[in-house]
Design a protein around this ligand. Structure first.
Ligand code: ADP
Ligand code: TRP
Length: 332
């Protein structure tokens, strides 16, 4: 029996290189060795109140981009979270045993409270229970996500184990974050600090669908400094970030060349950023072409979504049936 894998991304816009290297590249590799469920977390995205048009458009972007990155709908189950109402039912059961105190201590909740003080809704507080429902509904054991999601997986294990203890069984397995590289990946942004993330602003992100012109413009604006002051100087964060990005998208000898120039204090950031832009354009090229090809193919997208919903519901229905029996819901 193949191990089960679940992961999802909230539809909040287009996918960027952080999403790709932190999550989607692992989805593509895992689909041949595991029983994979990859979904679009549209219920989660309701916490930020998107308009109906934005919501549909963003779901469509992620579906197209999943396919363009190489997730094969015949190998993996690709579905839209809201097409599987069993997830919402499991979320309700898990919420009964999720405590205010622990939910309030979640780092992502605390970040959101700071970022959107005018919209601290119960959905934000219970985000970890909905995520646990996504994972437990298929009894997954591996979850390909970036480093920032580790605490959510701890919650998932806590809620699964608590359910098991409460109903005196070992129904839910424990799920762990997974990445093919040794450490969970963190792709830096272009704004000189922190990770590539939509919440760090447009300037931080290179989207998979960005045109060559846009990529060149974003790189020309990427944050640098006045240059190294001594030989072999430790790189400050904005510079280290750009080198880390080069390590991801450029050939090894290009990276070595610019490392040497930096260490000899002979680097010209203009040239360095131009080279990084060209290598990103080459990297994005084939994905971008496939995005363009797929985005107009509504018939195919509908077929993929319907087929995925059917397969995901089959698995989810089985879990809900068993969970209901364990809880004690019985028909007369
Ligand atoms: P964003 O921060 O732009 O809102 P999400 O939080 O929606 O992105 O992330 C979706 C997935 O992509 C998650 O699995 C997350 O761990 C991964 N991810 C996002 N940004 C990065 C990054 N900069 N480096 C590594 N993984 C990332
Ligand atoms: N919380 C994840 C993120 O922000 C998205 C997500 C929701 C998810 N449910 C999940 C990821 C289940 C993996 C498994 O990126």
């Amino acid at each position: 029996m193949k191990e089960t894998v679940v992961s999802g991304i909230r539809p909040t816009g287009q996918l960027h290189l952080g999403n790709y290297f932190g999550a989607v590249t692992n989805f593509v590799k895992m689909q041949y060795d595991y029983n994979c469920f990859f979904f679009i977390a549209d219920l989660h995205s309701l916490t930020t109140h998107p308009t109906p048009q934005d919501l549909h458009g963003y779901v469509r972007h992620v579906l197209v981009e999943y396919l363009a990155c190489g997730i094969n709908p015949d190998e993996s189950t690709i579905y839209i979270q809201s097409d599987v109402p069993e997830v919402a039912e499991l979320y309700l059961y898990l919420n009964m045993n999720a405590y205010m105190g622990e939910l309030e201590r979640s780092t992502s909740f605390k970040d959101k409270v700071r970022a959107q003080p005018d919209n601290i809704n119960a959905g934000l507080l219970t985000y970890p229970t909905l995520m646990a429902a996504d994972i437990l509904i298929h009894k997954a054991v591996k979850v390909p996500v970036g480093k920032d999601q580790e605490q959510h997986l701890e919650f998932t294990r806590t809620f699964g184990n608590r359910f098991n203890r409460l109903y005196n069984n070992d129904y839910f397995p424990e799920a762990f974050a997974f990445n093919y590289s040794d450490n969970l990946v963190k792709v830096p942004g272009l704004d000189g600090k922190g990770k590539m993330s939509k919440s760090n602003g447009e300037g931080s992100c290179i989207y998979l669908a960005d045109s060559p012109e846009v990529i060149r413009k974003k790189l020309s604006r990427a944050v640098t400094d006045g240059g190294p002051l001594t030989e072999n100087q430790v790189k400050p964060e904005p510079i280290q970030n750009l080198f880390d990005l080069m390590k991801i998208v450029s050939p090894a000898d290009t990276l070595a060349h610019f490392e040497e120039l930096y260490n000899k204090m002979a680097i010209r950031y203009g040239d360095f950023k131009k080279q990084l832009a060209e290598d990103m354009i080459v990297f994005n090229g084939p994905i971008r072409e496939r995005i363009e090809g797929l985005s107009g193919d509504s018939d195919y997208l509908r077929k993929v979504a319907e087929q995925g919903a059917e397969k995901a519901r089959e698995s989810a229905r089985k879990t809900i049936r068993e969970v209901r029996a364990l809880i004690g819901f019985k028909s007369f």
